[in-house]
Write a protein that binds this ligand. Sequence first.
Ligand SMILES: Nc1nc2c(ncn2[C@@H]2O[C@H](COP(=O)(O)OP(=O)(O)OP(=O)(O)O)[C@@H](O)[C@H]2O)c(=O)[nH]1
Ligand SMILES: [Mg+2]
Length: 363
Amino acid sequence: MTQVKNDLGRDAVILHTRRFRKGGVLGFFAKELVEIMAAVDTPAPVSTPVPISTSAQPPAPVTKVPVTNMKCSGEEDAKMTAMQMEITNMRKMIEQVITKLPQKESRKSFWCDLLIKNDIAPEIAENLTYNLPDETSLVGSNPAIVKQLLAERISNHLQRVEGIALPETGCKTVAFIGPTGVGKTTTIAKVAANFAINQGYKVALITADTYRISAVEQLKTYADIIGLPVDVVYTPDDLKAALFRHRDKNLVLLDTAGRSPRNQYQLAELQALLAVDPNIETHLVLGMSTKYAEALEIVNKFSVCLPQKFLFTKVDEACNLGTLVSLLYQFPATLSYITTGQNVPEDIELANPVKLANLILRD
Ligand SMILES: Nc1nc2c(ncn2[C@@H]2O[C@H](COP(=O)(O)OP(=O)(O)OP(=O)(O)O)[C@@H](O)[C@H]2O)c(=O)[nH]1
Ligand SMILES: [Mg+2]
């Protein structure tokens, strides 16, 4: 508006604006340009036109119009002024109506909105859709191609995926930590069954959850079915001793009690337990339906326990995967498994970035 007023004066009005991109490859690196059509309705000029001389010829004499012909009567003057006022008012009304009309939804904001509807944080949704080709370009006018481009961008942010990788020799200990009821114990049973029964590794279970009466029984029931030993530990020293006892195993899975991210005492206790061995690989277990703000608090508070991987449970119950995308966008942690139901051991799989990205963009 400032530029328009500088060029055309303060009565100028914007009639039309259009944003478009120029240059770039497949919509990337294109420059955004804005085209503005503006006008000003000044009264007919009354000053003598200044002839522009393009040659050395002297300017042609200006025709003199008798002054009486240019003058309007007082009544005509009043009519003219009233008409001008009416036109000015009408113009203002039209401008107001136009600014209130809903803008035609562009494809870009459609994709951004879709991500936000999936609970992806708005600033992350905007970053992910930044400079995505819009319908003014050849690529952008094909929604299937734009969807594919966006799916690739999302999956690129989920690329850090690694399950439990066992070393050639020695024993690996993996601890599962997280808030209450997210599915830690059930997931341990699934992982244990897959490594012990499907892959033939020597696996042992340890539980440090002595807070809930049935917690030990729950893990023992799974261990009995799979045929694995279970140790119950109450203190960091107990854990040290149990890990030593199981040093001949390939994999030791450590179950912990669900903790509230707001209880610093509980978190400090968990931190002290895991500190007995710096080689313990810690997976932070999060329910997929957790809201992003809540998940951020969980991740921040549990960070004292130095989790290296995120594991998402209850994907089958979740309406969207926004929290997963937002967290992976924010934190350098690796994604391990996702769980997709209550069935042990079936409902668990290694996170697949392409599959997850397509799930987010599903119709
Ligand atoms: N729908 C669904 N339910 C699940 C999944 N994983 C676990 N559950 C259920 O979630 C409930 C809690 O599971 P637990 O394994 O006891 O959770 P926890 O994190 O160990 O709970 P605490 O030890 O109390 O903190 C159980 O009813 C499980 O069957 C999943 O992937 N999908
Ligand atoms: Mg449990």
